[in-house]
Design a protein around this ligand. Structure first.
Ligand code: C2E
Ligand code: CA
Ligand code: CA
Ligand code: CA
Length: 279
């Protein structure tokens, strides 16, 4: 058993070294990605469940690394966050999304909210409100058409600092959404104390709600809570017509997921008619 333990130990360290190496390589490549213009944005439609109309899009970052291919944001956002690279990258995303948002309004002719993901470090940066205000100013996008998505974990450690920042963002006229709702560790009380416009039910609940009674209970409770608070509620990860119909019965206001649309480049999105239900 001893020998075996040593063997496992070696395998483990080798694996660790490989991971570390890969991570350092990624971080190094990430450092240059902005100047090499390897980032692009995809947009995923958000649909009004009652009318089937596209009323918003979520901005999703894409990284194309030559020789490696497309790297998922789940693999590099954490690295960007830890190395503070998320600040310049996040600002680039915000500015580009606002610019694209203006084109989207022109094409659609109906208001379409552009949602942008913000990482905790961006929320803690001192000049976030200025960065947001400048992105709006320079692009000409109406503030009420910009929505910032934040995850609830941040309320656990930084609720005080966040209060003023979110208040000032709201004063700009920008909307605030809570992303991945139900997966964080924070208490619910923040939800009554912060200026929130929208709650996004995490896809893990939505995708299991028809087969798992617990996921169904959470989904129903979040929808009811959102109605009680007078905020929109978006179900994430809607993939089937059955899920869509169930959410409609529960009076969920909005849906997002592969059933409606995949994340796609702006050029493709501009070809869509937002008033036609293509799903
Ligand atoms: P998220 O904010 O929860 O974004 C939704 C994710 O779910 C996206 O993954 C989207 O492609 C995926 N998705 C949408 N509909 C469906 C569906 O019906 N089924 C399934 N299985 N998945 C669906 P993506 O694009 O890989 O992004 C992953 C995460 O990376 C995002 O999760 C977000 O946390 C982060 N992220 C992406 N772009 C940015 C960004 O610009 N800034 C920051 N800070 N984070 C970002
Ligand atoms: Ca999001
Ligand atoms: Ca989410
Ligand atoms: Ca997520």
């Amino acid at each position: 058993a001893k020998g075996r333990g040593r063997c496992n130990y070696q395998v483990f360290t080798e694996f660790m070294a490989e991971q570390l190496n890969e991570r350092l390589e990624l971080e190094h490549a990430l450092q240059r990605a902005l100047e090499l213009e390897q980032f692009s944005l995809h947009y995923q439609s958000q649909v009004d469940i009652r009318t089937g109309q596209t009323v918003g899009v979520e901005t999703l970052l894409r990284w194309h690394l030559p020789g490696t291919g497309n790297i998922s944001p789940t693999r590099f956002i954490d690295i960007a966050e830890e190395s503070e690279l998320i600040l310049p990258i996040g600002e680039w995303v915000l500015r580009k999304a606002c610019e694209d948002g203006v084109l989207l309004q022109q094409r659609y002719g109906t208001p379409c909210v552009v949602a942008v993901n913000l990482s905790p470090r961006q929320l803690m940066q001192g000049n976030l409100v200025t960065v947001v205000a400048e992105a709006l100013n320079d692009s000409g996008l109406s503030p009420e058409l910009l929505e910032l998505e934040i995850t609830e974990n941040i309320f656990m450690h930084h609720a005080e600092e966040l209060q003023l920042t979110l208040q000032r963002i709201r004063e700009l006229g920008v909307r605030i959404a809570i992303d991945d709702f139900g997966t964080g560790y924070s208490s619910l009380s923040y939800i009554t104390r912060f200026p929130i416009d929208r709650i996004k039910i995490d896809l893990s609940f939505v995708q299991n709600m028809l087969t798992d009674p617990n996921c169904r209970a959470v989904t129903n409770a979040v929808i009811a809570m959102a109605h009680g608070l007078g905020v929109d509620v978006v179900a994430e990860g809607v993939e089937t017509r059955e899920q869509f119909e169930y959410l409609g019965q529960q009076n969920c206001t909005h849906g997002q997921g592969f059933l409606f649309a995949r994340p796609q480049p702006l050029e493709q999105l501009l070809l869509d008619d937002p008033t036609l239900s293509q799903f």
